[in-house]
Design a protein around this ligand. Structure first.
Ligand code: AMP
Length: 112
């Protein structure tokens, strides 16, 4: 079964796309937790951080570079937070690796 992100990539469900390239895409979160809340995910279905394999390192590096690039595009030069929920106890609900990029306000710490 396709993940929500695969369905978005295949235009089967709508999303507000902010960026895409041949490795990844970025959309706005449907339930934003900050003025800017983006989801960055690879085209390849990697289920979680725990599922990242040695062949995926180029993809993972690209995700980090893209996070920085898109954060700047979104005006988050003052700072932003990257969150990856791994597993149900951490709140992962979509089993397709994704980075939350949050910003646009002063973010509290600790986060929970
Ligand atoms: P996580 O709980 O870390 O797996 O993150 C999943 C995120 O996806 C949540 O923040 C949801 O609000 C968001 N989300 C779920 N469905 C959609 C959708 N169709 N479009 C955009 N964001 C979504």
């Amino acid at each position: 079964m396709k993940s929500i992100f695969e369905k978005i990539l295949d235009a089967e469900i709508p999303a507000q796309k902010v960026y895409e390239d041949d490795i990844c895409a970025v959309i706005r979160d449907i339930n934003p937790q900050a003025p800017v809340h983006l989801l960055l995910f690879p085209r390849k279905r990697i289920e979680s951080v725990d599922a990242i394999g040695p062949d995926d390192l180029k993809i993972v590096s690209h995700l980090m570079l893209t996070a920085s690039k898109v954060a700047k595009m979104e005006g988050l030069g003052d700072g932003y937070r990257i969150v990856i929920n791994n597993g149900p106890s951490a709140g992962q609900t979509i089993d397709h690796l994704h980075l939350h990029i949050l910003g646009g306000k002063r973010l509290g710490w600790p986060p929970c």
